[in-house]
Design a protein around this ligand. Structure first.
Ligand SMILES: C[S@@+](CC[C@H](N)C(=O)[O-])C[C@H]1O[C@@H](n2cnc3c(N)ncnc32)[C@H](O)[C@@H]1O
Length: 547
């Protein structure tokens, strides 16, 4: 899954079928892209294009006035639009105009948590509407292939609809489905996976195992990546409001671990107290643009990274002293320098201001060192279930050569190494590869090696030089697998291919290529890595047909 401008969360807005995060200084999904979730190692803040996803998607959050009014459903998406919209009386969807009112039966949930129904056979995307509901909505956009509309009233309510507990749900954009009961969320996400395989892989009856959910689907994120603004003297840290440049304060975010929330509050008050300039504030080029806080659930370690365009922060020494006092558990304070106007949150240079260069964390028996830019799964409790599913799919006997493609800090490869003859990891971010190498040494996994490069370049090169892996595990960002990587997989023909994905659409499309190339899907195991968001993570066990 990969982290976008709204940290790790699905905050994309749409222009036609092309997804792009607005207000970009910086989600899923996720694996997160919301992100995600997502969360890429580079802290990618631009949602990549969802290759060929259906048009449309998340509607812009309603205007503040509308939100205050609420709507009949008790949700946060609608509110009666201003003016007097007229009920549509057209027999033809093409004649609909913005402002027309329509009644729609919602058929399913879209990948961004929006309700999807049809008006005269044309798809209508309505943020906040749920499957099986009959809703009234006001048309906000008409396109040749779809219509977007704003929910104004729920005529027939889904039994899954609940009151979202978070006060900024609907405006912060981090969570998309808090208005659905948790059981309903798991069902809806499973349906998303089923639809993706039916649509993109032409597999209507793929075996989908029951989704692995959480007992307590809150407090699960180990990392916050927040933009900053000043309001009076107060520093606000939050996510960009959907479809705007405004930052929504997400203090006490209910999906963040309480330690992360506490640390964010402390960092904010130190920035306030020392009057540290924020990015571009009063012309400051060296102000703080973003704060990143990561907490080790097992280790209790705390890593604080401040991101700025400058390579030295104003009043840096005082700032470090005060942060150390305010955060007794902090193990490392770093400055990441990002001078470029880019959608990426992290720049390439990280300077340790105090403490350790890396943070310690454990998963199962494994111990990891994580540098500030290195990707690490955002939901550690669920990660163990995810990796165990990967191990089941890989079916190792101790004799196999395994390639762990898109390996991050080597977590999956190291998880599998005790059960394989050899593991080779590929990762594009050099620091993550360094971390992975250290992690291999530290965990005594002498049969695991890690290599810097693009998976689509290294795997073909290894194939040319005669490598014949028995198992390939791939855990790419939301954009899915590169065509050159897939070609190389079909050339080396591993017995097993294990696909870990945070995007059901690209997952199903890539699986289709493998199916056409002589593979079959054994099962799909969805794992709920990001409760309350629309992000869906899956492990797919795939095997060569002749095996
Ligand atoms: C979803 S993360 C998975 C990381 C790891 N498997 C884990 O579970 O923590 C995807 C990783 O792929 C890396 N990546 C992105 N594009 C890549 C490419 N073309 N080749 C190799 N690695 C890539 C990212 O830096 C990121 O670490």
């Amino acid at each position: 899954m990969n982290e976008q401008k709204r940290p790790g969360k699905g905050n994309a807005t749409y222009k036609g079928s092309q997804r792009g995060v607005k207000g970009s200084a910086g989600r899923s999904g996720g694996r997160e892209e919301i992100r995600r979730g997502n969360d890429t190692a580079a802290g990618t803040v631009r949602a990549p294009k969802d290759r060929g996803d259906r048009p449309g998607g998340l509607l812009a959050a309603p205007q503040e006035a509308d939100r205050r009014k609420g709507h009949a459903a008790g949700g946060r998406f609608g509110g009666k639009p201003a003016g007097r919209p007229k009920a549509a009386s057209h027999g033809n969807a093409e004649e609909l105009r913005s402002g027309d009112r329509i009644v729609v039966t919602i058929k399913r949930l879209g990948i961004n948590g929006e309700g999807i129904g049809y008006y005269r056979r044309k798809a209508v995307f309505i943020d906040g509407a749920l499957p099986d509901e009959v809703v009234k909505a006001e048309v906000t956009e008409t396109q040749p292939k779809f219509i977007k509309a704003q929910l104004t009233e729920v005529e027939k309510r889904s039994p899954d609809r609940i009151e979202p507990p978070c006060p900024v749900f609907g405006s912060c954009g981090g969570c998309q489905i808090q208005h659905i009961s948790y059981e309903g969320q798991l069902r809806a996400k499973t349906e998303l996976v089923r639809e993706a395989f039916a649509r993109y892989a032409e597999l209507a009856d793929v075996k989908i195992k029951p989704m692995l959910g959480m007992e307590h689907p809150w407090d699960y994120r180990n990392k916050a990546q927040l933009q900053l603004k000043r309001q009076g003297r107060e520093v606000i840290a939050g996510l960009y409001e959907a479809g705007s440049h405004d930052i929504v304060d997400i203090s006490g975010c209910p999906i963040q671990h309480p330690e992360v929330n506490r640390a964010v509050e402390q960092v904010k008050s130190v920035l306030e107290e020392l009057e540290i300039p924020l990015h571009k504030e009063n012309g400051a080029k060296d102000g703080v643009r973003t704060i990143v806080v990561r907490h080790g659930f097992q280790s209790g370690h705390l890593q604080v990274t401040l991101i700025s365009a400058g390579s030295r922060l104003p009043r840096q020494d005082d700032l470090v002293q005060r942060l150390r006092l305010a955060l007794p558990g902090v193990t490392g304070i770093a400055l990441n320098v990002n001078p470029r106007k880019t959608p990426l949150i992290f720049g390439e240079r990280t300077i340790t201001l105090w403490g350790e260069d890396t943070m310690e964390e454990s998963l199962g028996d494994l111990h990891f060192s994580l540098s500030p830019r290195a990707f690490f799964q955002l939901n550690p409790l669920q990660t163990v279930k995810l990796y165990e599913s990967v191990r089941t799919a890989a079916g190792l006997t101790g004799r196999e050569t395994v390639v762990d493609a898109y390996c991050g800090t080597g977590t999956i490869g190291l998880w599998l190494a005790p059960y394989a003859r050899e593991v080779r990891g590929i990762e594009s971010i050099p620091e993550a590869v360094e971390d992975a190498k250290q992690n291999a040494i530290r965990n005594g996994r002498a049969n695991a090696s890690f290599h810097t490069g693009a998976a689509e370049e290294l795997l073909p090169r290894w194939a040319k030089s005669g490598l014949t892996p028995d198992v390939i595990v791939a855990d790419p960002p939301r954009t899915g697998l590169d065509a050159r990587f897939l070609e190389a997989v079909l050339r080396v023909k591993p017995e097993k291919f294990v696909y870990v994905s945070c995007n059901p659409s690209t997952l199903a499309k890539d699986c289709k290529v493998l199916l056409d190339g002589g593979y079959q899907i054994q099962w799909v195991q969805p794992v709920d890595m990001f409760p309350q968001t629309s992000h869906v993570e899956c492990v797919v066990g795939i095997c060569r047909v002749d095996t």
